[in-house]
Design a protein around this ligand. Structure first.
Ligand code: SF4
Ligand code: SF4
Ligand code: SF4
Length: 407
């Protein structure tokens, strides 16, 4: 079937109007790649870079086609045929080595003042650094990181449940306040929080670039680390991190019965924090204090279409007394961040973001609430570039604020 529905929703097609960027075009090209009818070429690799993995196409396809997964299969095949470019190989080596990654970011955090101009809302590079354009505003690296500032065991008197928290890189290195807010929120719900200190990047950036072998090693390591804990749930505060545990780990480990069983067990108890609070624990509105704020909400693609936690995040926002929720037009539209896409294709990513910024401006909200660190980085940059005044906040931070304001 070639209905073309995906064309109407693909954020990249809307900007480029190129058939190669829309799901239908990529599905056709992937068939040719997988059947060895199209040999590797630089041009082909570039075409398959053009996907944000936003899943808008999969959500609208009447035939249940998942073009995002098909694109990943093509990227993997191209890497299998040609290997990775040297720069990517080096980056993924660091990402897959937790010690090296943490040390590199710790050194970066302590020396960032030398290379980046400091601003109230973040920092921008003084010299061209690969992937970071001069005007881009990025968050300051946290010193110390979230994992460096909290104990592994956070136990509370009267607790009835225990969860293990996968913080993810953005919370760990850029927005440690999100992790602290998660612990506070769980404490208010009588839930102990284990923060495994050995945790590391989930491996999704590596998988997205087609390096299945390294992604599988990282999945095994995460599964080993989190299987050690006898907990009621694995909680994430980023849709993409959640998707790794819930979807990608069992898929990557499906041919290894021992690891598959462990990955499946973790997958079945992985929740976005909002899902866990609303669907499993039950949010008690009597415990919430007032927050005087006019907010709008941006739905991260992987919170909405993969974790399916959008309604629960909105439930939390709408339960807080004093919060005035002004929905934006098309809240599910991708912000264009898409992990490293905003580094490798900054101008195109910004064109996509611009629509989101216009929608935000139209609401009169003072705060943009969202449930993902990558979206927050992207939105913060756009807000800084356009000299807008809105503050971006994670849903869990808004909720923690409400608990703190309770009498
Ligand atoms: S996942 Fe998003 S960016 Fe990729 S083809 Fe589908 S709609 Fe387009
Ligand atoms: S991928 Fe799905 S939505 Fe896109 S043209 Fe094919 S059938 Fe239609
Ligand atoms: S999804 Fe992104 S933020 Fe989460 S752990 Fe993986 S790389 Fe880090």
């Amino acid at each position: 079937m070639k209905c073309g529905n995906c064309q109407a929703v693909c954020p990249l097609y809307k900007e480029t109007k190129a058939e190669g960027t829309v799901a239908r075009g990529k599905v056709k090209l992937t068939e040719a790649v997988l059947e060895n009818k199209l040999p590797y070429s630089h041009k082909l690799a570039k075409i398959f870079e053009m996907c944000l993995q936003c899943k808008a196409c999969a959500a609208i396809c009447p035939c249940g086609v998942e073009p995002d997964k098909i694109v990943l299969a093509a990227r993997a095949k191209l890497v299998q045929e040609r290997g990775l470019p040297t720069v990517k190989k080096m980056i993924f080596k660091v990402l897959s080595n937790p010690g090296l990654f943490k040390t590199g970011l710790a050194v970066g955090a302590r020396t960032q003042g030398l290379f980046f101009k400091q601003r109230e809302d973040g920092q921008s590079t003084r010299v061209p650094i690969s992937g970071i354009v001069l005007r881009r505003v990025i968050p300051k690296l946290a010193v110390p990181s979230f994992l460096g500032r909290v104990p592994e065991n956070n136990t509370f008197p009267g607790a009835t449940k225990t969860i293990a928290f996968f913080s993810g890189c953005t919370t760990n290195f850029a927005y440690p306040g999100v992790g602290s807010a998660l612990i506070e929120v769980m404490k208010r719900n009588n839930i102990n929080v284990i923060v495994p200190k050995a945790q590391h990047c989930c491996g999704l950036p590596v998988l997205m670039h087609g390096d299945v072998e390294t992604a599988t090693q990282m999945a095994k390591s995460s599964v080993d680390i989190f299987s050690k804990y006898d907990v009621d749930a694995i909680i994430t505060v980023c849709g993409t991190c959640g998707e790794s545990f819930r979807v990608h780990y069992p898929e990557l480990l499906q041919n290894d019965p021992e690891y598959y069983a462990k990955a499946k067990a973790l997958s079945e108890k992985t929740y976005d924090f909002a899902q866990y609070l609303v669907d499993v624990v039950g949010l008690d509105p009597a415990k919430l204090g007032p927050v005087d704020a006019t907010v709008t909400y941006h739905v991260p693609c992987h919170i909405g279409r993969s974790m399916k936690a959008k309604d629960q995040q909105l439930n939390i926002i709408n339960s807080i007394p004093g919060v005035k929720y002004h929905p934006m037009r098309d809240p599910d539209r991708c912000c264009g961040g898409a992990g490293s896409f905003s580094l490798t294709h900054y101008d195109l990513s910004y064109d996509i973001l611009k629509h989101k910024l216009d929608d935000i401006a139209f609401t009169d909200a003072d705060y943009v609430i969202t449930g993902c660190g990558s979206c927050r980085m992207q939105l913060n940059d756009g807000i800084a570039q356009e000299k807008m005044t809105q503050k971006v906040m994670h849903t869990v931070e808004l909720l923690a604020q409400s608990y703190q304001n309770a009498k």
